[in-house]
Design a protein around this ligand. Structure first.
Ligand code: DX5
Ligand code: ZN
Length: 222
């Protein structure tokens, strides 16, 4: 599939989401951060926003659910129009069943791990996932500093995926910028969320392209 850039609208202007999404035509996906003020100490929006965004853009939506009780709540986001739905393993009782349910709904099924959650217990279920998200900050807020301690986990996840010969994408999210994207790409990530780096740039779409070429260059050297 190659390198993909998924700007997070968490750092966009919430009063004009349609316009904000139109500023990033080069994005492969729009990353939609759903927070419930329980799983993380921040509150954003719910399925109604996903429905509105799906009407406002042709770019597919990558919903990142930072919400409790994902088993019950995640399928609602596939129904609302998200093409990819990411649940947190820490908020799920039955991740295999949930991934299968999301796929049956026609969405891509994706699972996220917080920085301190190990990947090894989930090795056998990787084929159930279309994407694995490794958080490179503690989830909850945009604009945080990239956690370098996650880089070895990115490397281990890439090795596992290659060992099993599966096509699951490997996404990183949190503190990804021109300064940090290369080390993620070198370690084996191929899908990159960037919030503040994109929306604080004078030209957000040019930043999407700059991030893409930095990642592609680094991936080529790995
Ligand atoms: C953090 C969110 C991220 C965040 C990314 O909880 O999941 O998607 O918005 O923002 P930056 O790129 O600023 O870290
Ligand atoms: Zn996110």
């Amino acid at each position: 599939m190659g390198i993909q850039i998924t700007p997070s609208i968490l750092n966009a202007d919430f009063a004009k989401m349609g316009e904000e999404v139109a500023r990033i035509p080069s994005a492969d996906w729009v990353h939609v951060d759903v927070m419930d003020n329980h799983f993380v100490p921040n509150l954003t929006f719910g399925p109604t926003m996903v429905e509105a965004l799906a009407r406002a853009t042709d770019t597919p939506l990558d919903a990142h659910l930072m919400i409790e009780d994902a088993d019950r709540n995640a399928p609602v986001y596939a129904e609302a129009g998200a093409s990819s739905v990411t649940f947190h393993v820490e908020a799920t009782k039955a991740p295999v069943r949930l991934a299968r349910e999301l796929r049956a709904q026609g969405a891509r099924a994706s699972m996220a791990l917080k920085p301190a959650t190990p990947i090894e217990p989930y090795e056998d279920m990787l084929p159930e996932l279309d994407m694995l998200l490794l958080m490179t900050v503690e989830p909850g807020f945009g604009g945080q500093k990239f956690l370098d301690l996650v880089v070895p986990k990115i490397r281990r996840a890439r090795a596992m995926l290659d060992k099993h010969g599966i096509e699951t994408w490997l996404q990183v999210d949190g503190g990804v910028s021109l300064e940090t994207i290369e080390r993620c790409a070198e370690a084996g990530a191929d899908v990159f969320v960037a919030g503040s780096a994109v929306y604080s740039a004078d030209d957000p779409d040019a930043m999407v392209e700059a991030l893409r070429s930095a990642a592609a260059g680094a991936a080529g050297h790995s």
